[in-house]
Structures are given as C-alpha cells and as structure tokens.
Design a protein around this ligand. Structure first.
Ligand code: FAD
Length: 468
C-alpha cells in the first residue's frame, strides 16, 4: 500500500492506481525504452506528422527528430502543452491541468524536469483536516481509507479476472449492502466514493467499469510540483521543433503508402502520422478517419471514457487557513460538491486555495458563470472557516469538458471495457502508418503526464522501427 493513502483526489489518483491496481497488466509503454538519442539514431528521410503538442506529441516529435526524421507537429490551440498548461494571467503560476509529478523514482516526468533544468518543489508532506456540512465531526481515519481501498481493489481484481461488464457502482453498492464496510456509515461511504473514485478517476461510478482500478502501476517516491509551472516541460521539449499552432485537424486519410491530413489551414502529407489527441476528441468524431478505423480501435474509443475533473482556484487577499495543512476535506450534501480544497506552496507569496469537482458534478458546473461558482464555493468555505473570511480577489475556473480540444480531463474505463485490452487496442498502430499515443493509451500510467510521456516515447520507437 502506498504511504499517501490518507490523501484524496489527484493524489488519490496515484493511490488508486496503486492500491486498487495491484500492478494490473502493465502497459506496453510501461517499460518503454529510454528516449532516442542522436548517437544511436539512423538518419532517414521520412516525413512524419504529429497531431497534438501535449507531452505525448512533443516527446514523440522530439525523439523522432533526434532520430533524423522530418517532423511537423500540428496543434489546434494557440499554445503548446495541452492538458499541462500553466495559467499566468493572475501573475501566479496556476496549473490548469497536471499539478503533481506523482512519485519521482523511475519517473520519466521527473527525469524530464531534471534534464530541462526545471526546479521542483520540496517533497509534499500530505496531511488533511475535515468538516461535515452539518457541523458533526469528520471521523474517517486513514486506516478506514486503507480498508476501503483494499476492499474495492479486491472487487476490481475479481471483475477484471471475470472480464465482467459490471459497473463500479454496482460492485461497490453490493459490497456496502453486504456489510463489507462496517467502519463507514452511508454518508462516509458516499464521501469516499465521490472523492477517492469519482474525482480521482474523473467519472461517475455508474458509468465506470468495476475493473477500473485493476489498471495502473506503482508511483514510487515522493510527489513534487513544479512551482513555476508544468508548462516549462512542454517548452523544453518544443525547442527546435517545427510546430504549427492554430491548426485544427479535421480528417485523416491513410493507406499502405502514407497519410494525408486535412486541417483548418490546409492539407499535409506524410509517410506516417502519430495521433495524440485526447480520448474525448477521438470519441467526439470531430476527426474523420478514412478508411474507418479497425473495429478493435473503434470499440476501444467507445469503451474508454473521457472523464472530467475541474479546478476552482481562489486567490485571497490573505491566508485564513492552517498553513501546515495541505488538504481540507468537506463532506457535502449532496456528495461531491466542493468536497476537496488544497492549499499550495508559495504561501509566503500567495494565498490560494484550489477545489476539485469531478464527474457529472464537474460537467454540470461548467454551465455556471464564474460568479455563480464563486458564490457556491464561498458558502462552503464560510461553513468551514467562518463567516468573516474575505472575498477572493481573483477566481480561475477550468472547464475541461467544454474545451473543444480536450472534451474531458483524462480517460477512465467505462463499464463493459476490458482493462488492459482496450487501452492496448487504442494505442495499436494501423497499417504501420497511423500511430496512436497519449495518456489514454497507457495501461500503466493512464491519466497522468507520465503516461503521456511514455506513450510518446513508445510511438517514436515504433515509427523508427517500422521506417527502418
Ligand atoms: C484537471 C487536471 C488535473 C490533472 N492532474 C494531474 C497531475 O497532478 N499529475 C499528472 O501526472 N497528470 C495530471 N493530469 C493528467 C495530465 O495532464 C494528462 O494525462 C497529460 O497532460 C495528457 O497529455 P497528452 O499529450 O496525452 O494529451 P494533451 O496534453 O491533451 O495533448 C493533446 C493535444 O492535442 C491537441 N488537439 C486536440 N484536438 C486536436 C485537433 N483536432 N487538431 C490538432 N490538435 C488537436 C490538444 O490541443 C492538445 O494540445 C491532470 C489533467 C487534468 C485535466
């Protein structure tokens, strides 16, 4: 079990991958070779298009360029980085997507930060304080959370082995009704489901596979952040690359000879292409593939969901919370409404709290205005910290589900999916001309920057091997 088990949310993302997964199948990217280097590369004349300038696309592009390929990256947004983007509009670096490097041992993300000379934070010391909406004591202990995770991990393993199409909700509710969680009352159980499962995996348990937590691998070592911004990693990878911004890919045609890509700025031809667009974009059908993708890939696109979590950053004129606490838990009614608040580093300079909302709660909130979201958040913060706390001076709200080039935050397994198989099918190449990378293709490290980087490396190696 992971030492961070007392913590929830994106931290719980790492925890869940560990605690529930038990190693899973280990994706083909898990043991990805180290990045290609120029001393081993064989110069080739092939032209490669990479679609998407997130960490997967930039990693693949850099490695293929080092190997001597003629690489162009097509990116729909006006900036690179994708789901690792640091907003600087308030003067404070605020992560819109990835925040933590989860486990720095044997971490491609951490190694990239070191290679890029990017400063990382001190290791996080995880701790928490909890509130209940009606003023009753918050009683869930870290031991209870361990037991809760272990029980669900067993359920995921059984459902994986049976290749069942049971939903996570069905599995968990059956266990609850059978008395497998005697240490949790209903409200506590709902709280852990919403925070540990629905926010961590970014989806509603009613939609999620009961084998969800079978996948994933151990994140070993301390978690750190990048105080001046995750965006520095993509900026480093992008150095020297040919990147076309504001270029929206709408169609991809391929055959045994090559690939033709239609965009908002014209048509590009290449020997091969690496697609790294998010699963939400693949699911939307915004990119037309011709001929139609193989059935196994279409099934994978259908069975891997695009989950949503959103962040609400609130910048205050001064700090009014215990600065030694990282996570403030709020057992809301109904469940999962602003139930996790994080306090971050740099408190001597900034006073920032960040809340997560996940699943359908997060999606519904996207239609509210910033003012409406602020009012709801402040009601809860006043319950937690008292009526006299100040109004925020600035609020930044993410809306990942409405983002046309993400259509969600990261992938989860829908009920009916088969763990390992479907992610591998999503990542499989087509005719050795069309390659796929991105977090959703990673069995071992899905939903993380680690999965993106490793899948990008794997795609580059595959292209190099097929081209030679
Ligand atoms: C709120 C949130 C919190 C997270 N927290 C963490 C964390 O703490 N730690 C962690 O490790 N991970 C975290 N993640 C996950 C991590 O950010 C992602 O797994 C990773 O960044 C995905 O990288 P990628 O390259 O696969 O995809 P992306 O970064 O999404 O890159 C894909 C690119 O394709 C582009 N694109 C899309 N459609 C088109 C098109 N039609 N034409 C051209 N280009 C297109 C997109 O604009 C994008 O730039 C978080 C994500 C979110 C959203």
């Amino acid at each position: 079990m992971n030492k961070k088990l007392i913590l929830i949310t994106l931290v719980a993302l790492s925890i869940n991958l560990v605690s529930c997964g038990g190693g899973g199948g280990g994706g083909s990217d898990q043991a990805a070779s180290p990045a290609v280097n120029s001393t081993t590369a064989t110069p080739v004349a092939e032209k490669i298009i990479v679609v998407g300038a997130g960490l997967a696309g930039l990693t693949a592009a850099k490695d293929m360029k080092v190997a001597g390929f003629d690489v162009t990256v097509l990116e729909a947004r006006e900036h690179i980085g994708g789901r690792t983007y640091t907003d600087q509009s308030t003067g404070i670096p605020l992560e819109m997507g990835a925040h933590w490097i989860l486990g720095i041992n044997q971490s491609a993300t951490y190694e990239l930060a070191v290679e890029a000379g990017v400063a990382v934070s001190a290791p996080f010391t995880w701790n928490s304080q909890g509130w209940v909406f009606d003023g009753s004591p918050f009683t869930i202990t870290s031991e209870d959370i361990d037991l809760f995770n272990q029980e669900l991990a067993t359920g995921c393993q059984i459902n994986y082995q049976a290749q069942s199409s049971t939903s996570f909700e069905e599995m968990a509710e059956t266990k609850y009704e059978n008395g497998n969680f005697p240490y949790l009352n209903r409200r506590e159980f709902d709280y852990l489901i919403s925070t540990y499962i629905e926010i961590s995996y970014a989806g509603d348990v009613s939609l999620m596979s009961a084998s969800q937590c079978w996948e994933g691998s151990n994140y070993v070592g301390n978690d750190v952040t990048i105080p001046d911004g995750y965006s520095q990693l993509s900026s480093y990878l992008a150095q020297g690359l040919d990147i076309e911004l504001n270029t929206v890919v709408t169609a991809v045609t391929y055959d045994n000879q090559g690939v033709t890509i239609t965009t908002s700025k014209g048509v590009y031809s290449a020997d091969r292409a690496v697609m790294t667009v998010p699963i939400g974009v693949l699911r939307s059908g915004d990119i037309q593939f011709s001929p139609t993708l193989p059935q196994s890939k279409l099934d994978a696109i259908n069975l891997i969901g695009s989950g949503t979590i959103n962040k609400t950053y609130m910048i205050f004129p001064h700090t009014f919370w215990d600065t030694n606490t990282v996570l403030f838990q709020y057992m809301s009614d109904p469940k999962g409404h602003f139930s996790e608040w994080y306090s971050f580093d740099n408190l001597e300079t900034y006073s920032v709290l960040m809340a997560f909302n996940g699943g359908s709660e997060a999606i519904e909130m996207e239609s509210l205005t910033d003012e409406e979201i602020t009012a709801e958040a402040m009601t809860i913060l006043r319950t937690m910290f008292g009526a006299d706390i100040p109004e925020p001076v600035d609020v930044i709200q993410t809306r990942w589900n409405s983002d046309p080039f993400a259509k969600g935050a990261y992938s989860f397994l829908r009920a009916g999916a088969v763990a390992v198989r479907d992610r591998n099918n999503l990542g499989a190449n087509v005719l050795a001309r069309l390659f796929f990378a991105g977090e959703a293709t990673s069995v071992a490290n899905y939903a993380t920057s680690e999965g993106a980087i490793r899948s990008g490396r794997k795609a580059a190696i595959d292209v190099i091997n097929f081209a030679n």
